[in-house]
Structure formats: C-alpha cells, structure tokens
Design a protein. Sequence first.
Length: 404
Amino acid sequence: MKYKKRLLYIENVSAERIAKKFGTPCYVYSYDKISNNINNFKKNFKTISPLICFSVKSNSNLKILSLINKFGLGADVVSKGELIRALKAKIKPEKIVFSGVGKTIDELKFAISKKILLINTESENEIVEIEKIAKKNKKKINIGIRLNPNIDAQTIKKISTGKKENKFGVTEKKFLELLKKYKRSKFISIICLSVHIGSQITSHLPYKNMLNVVNKIIQKSKYKFKYLDLGGGMGIQYGNNLNNLDYSKYNQLIKSFLKKNNSKIIFEPGRSIVGNAGYLISKITYIKEADSKNFVILDSAMNDLIRPALYGAKHRIIPSKLNRKKISKKHEFVGPICETTDTFLNVANYQKIKQGDIIIICDVGAYGMVLSSNYNLRPKPVEILVNKSTTKIITKRQKLKNII
Ligand code: LLP
C-alpha cells in the first residue's frame, strides 16, 4: 500500500478505482501482503520447522483459505462450519487441529469421521465423549489437552485466554490428573499439549512465562508429547508507533525449550498472517460540524467492523487522495448505526476532506469480515482480492432483498 501521485494504491490498483468498481463499504485483501506474511513467518521459525495451522476464525473466506493452502499451511478450526470450509479449501485433514471449549457431540463425530490431525480437548467431559465415540467406532483417536497456564498475556483483557479465571483449558493439576487417567486408554491417544494465552501479544515475555510453565509440567508428567501446540496470538503493528511481536526472540525461546523437550511444534496464527493484508474502503456520507469536533460519518459501521466498538481497538484511517491542506480541528470517524459505540477513531486533526471522499480503514484482514453482522439490517460488504493489477470478487455483497 502506497501513495503514487497522491493516490493510494493497494498493489497496483488505486483505492478510488476499487471503490468505483465495487462500491463501498468494501473489504480488500492484498495477495502480496498475505504471501509476504506467510513467507516471513516461515522464515523466522524455520529452525524449529513448525506445522503452521492458520486460525480460520480470523478470516474464513474460502478464497483466502485456498490461498493459504497453496502456501502449505494447515488450519486451526473451532466449529463444524470452519472445518467444512477448511476442507473445501482443500486443506488436508492431517494438517487440521480442532480447538474450542464447547465442541458438540455432532461436531466431534464429524471431526473424527474426517480423520483430522487432532482434537484439542478442553475438559474431562469432552474426553469422555470422544472416548465413547471412539469405542463405538472401534478406533483410537488422537487428542491434545489444552493447558491453562495462568499466564498474563499482557494484551487487551477481552482477548486474554490464559489466566485461571478464563474459561479455556484445564489447570495444571487437572492436566496431570487427566494425563494419568487417560494415557493408557485403548480408545484415545494423548499426543499433544496445547496452550494459547491470548491474542495481539506484542512482547515475547508472556510466551517466555508460558514456555516455563509448559516445561515444568512436562518434566513433572514425564510424558512424551509428540506435538506441542503453542496456539497463535502473535501481535501485529496497528499504528505507526506501536510494536509487533519480535519473531526471532520467540523463536529463540522455543529453540532452547526444544533442547529439553523434543516435540513437533504447532502454531495457530491468524492475525499475523492476514491482519495487515486487509482494508475496509469506505465513503464519507456526511461531515457534521459540531462545536468541538467534526463528525465524519462513513458508510461503514460497527456491523462491518466491530473491533473498535467491542475492544476499543484503534485502526488507522487514511484518505485515498492526499491533500496538503490540514484542518486543525478534532475529527471523529463514525458509522451510521444508532449506537454511541459505533465510532471508529478520534484524531486531533486531519487533512481537508469532504462528503463523498473515499477513506480506508487499515489492518482489518483479521477479525474484520468474520465478525460482521446484519445489525440495523445492513447487508454485509463485498470482499475483493487484489493481486498486482487484478481485482477479483471473493465474496459478493449481500443483497438487501436476501436479508429482508
Ligand atoms: N488459537 C486459539 C485457540 C485461539 O483461540 C485463537 C484466537 C488463535 C489461535 C488465533 O489467534 P491470533 O494469532 O489471531 O491472535 N476477535 C479478537 C481476537 C480473538 C482471538 C480469539 N482466539 C480481536 O479482534 O482482536
């Protein structure tokens, strides 16, 4: 993404052209960015040669998943729907892991019938159900047990998963108990210890603490896990002066961990693969001048992108056309939905903009479209994939008549 002659380009196509051709609001993904992110991820963790299972919940678009499959990644799924979608994208079952605290019996049966790599269980109840299904089918099923390491991921509270008060995984005590109880089961084979402490983690230190806890528990259990699934959570840079995770530091930590414990590493990255590859192109419907600020009312709203409303997340908002004139007044970019939280960003001042201008909300490739809804009976936006000079619709805009 860069400006050429003051116009913003995503790869070789201007945002203005995309807006004109496909309308707004419009999600756009850059092929180049996704492939760079994947290559960069692979390169940084090359020495530990992990199985990289893309976290489908972050972006479940079929074309994006097919692209991810082309790069050899597997999938981390959390529902039957995501599993079917991943298989439809031709991701091999032996590269798919199934996570989640509440998999239903139907979901478990389906996953077992598809012979996926492993099911990461999160409670004894779930293990009991898997054992029953396995017994009935006279099969031995591979599972992982998710540990709740009681670690603070130092990220947004609402997306932390590794503290003992969070619903995820089992405590260290329970983990050891389950291992003892089920390690000789005829119907399940515990092949993995899984852990995921949260999302948008920008320091390697929480991972260091996590690995210490995992190391301690493995030593205590004296059990050999074929896989160690470390989850995802690698944070990206949302603003110019914010940090992203230093992969090399994390890689180093894992390398020293593997000297003591020889397991195959699984990662489940979502945001770090697609987050900065997505843009939400929007049009300014009105600019309302209030006493203390200008409200810039967009045609996209919290139903299209809920992260600011839900987590107070800040996404950069940039103009499609640069203008040297600045207006030194506060600007608040908002959506049209009848909720005070339908607001994207406050900025101290902005370049001169007007009704009808195109603006771009950045870094929305992860947890953007997947969290969209029809709130206020607004149709979901179109999704476009840009590859050099080509643009392709990868999900059509919902038609109003189909949601009424
Ligand atoms: N593995 C497990 C078990 C997870 O729960 C998650 C994310 C991931 C992997 C992928 O994490 P990532 O690499 O994308 O950070 N909607 C929130 C994020 C929720 C994350 C949920 N779990 C947001 O918009 O920030």
